[in-house]
Design a protein around this ligand. Sequence first.
Ligand SMILES: CC(=O)N[C@H](C=O)[C@@H](O)[C@H](O)[C@H](O)COP(=O)(O)O
Length: 225
Amino acid sequence: MTHPAFLEALRGRLIVSCQAYPGEPLRDSRAMSLMAQAAVAGGAAAIRAQGLDDIRLIHQSVGVPQIGLVKVGSGGVFITPTLDDAIAVVAAGSEIVAIDGTRRSRPDGLTLQQTIDAIHSRTDALVMADVGSFDDGVAAADAGADIIGTTLAGYTPEREKTEGPDLELLAQLVASLDLPVVAEGRIHTPEQARMAADAGAFAVVVGTAITHPTTITSWFVSALN
Ligand SMILES: CC(=O)N[C@H](C=O)[C@@H](O)[C@H](O)[C@H](O)COP(=O)(O)O
C-alpha cells in the first residue's frame, strides 16, 4: 500500500507524545512546545499532542508532522470524541487526527465510519483510530481508518492492562490488517520500543516515559522505597 510521503517517513520511527493535564505543573502550551522541540532534537519523527492550543503552538514550533487529539473527560469515549472535535484538531494544524476508534457509541451519535468519512471529505488529514481490542481494530479498518493505534488497549474493558505495551494485541493487528499499526501505550523503555518494532509496529509512540517527569520521578522514588 502506498502512503502519503509524510506517513511513509514515519515508518520504523519514534513518535513522542507531549501531553500534560489540567492542574499539572507542565500544563502550559509553551512547556509542551519546548518538550516537543526537545523530542525532535533527540530524533522524534513526529509529535503527538493534546489540546488545540498545544497543537497550534507545536505546529508553529517544530517541522515534523503532528498527531493531534483533544481529550474530553477521562471515561467512556474521551479521545477526540466528536466529528466537530476532529475538525477543530485538523484546523489547529495536525496532519493526523487521533480519534476514539472503539466500537462504542459516540457522543454526537455518528458512527465511526460516518466520522471518518466526514473527516476525509472535509479535510486532508489522515485518521488514526485509537483502539482497545482486536475487534475494534478490524472494525476501524473497515470504517476507513488510515492508521490503527493500540492506544486504548487496557483502557477499555476488553483487554487487561498489561504492565508494559500490549504486544499480543499489536502482533494480532499487524498480522490481520493491511494498514499501518502504531504501537502506543505503556512503552517505558527503549527495549520495549524495540520489541514493538520487532512485533511489526509501523511506528512507536512513547509519551509518559519521555515527557511526563512527575511519573518518571515517581518510578525512581518507588525504587528507593
Ligand atoms: C489512554 C490514554 O488516554 N492515552 C493518551 C493518548 O493520547 C495519553 O495519555 C498517553 O500518554 C499516550 O497514549 C502515550 O502513552 P504512554 O504515556 O503510556 O506512553
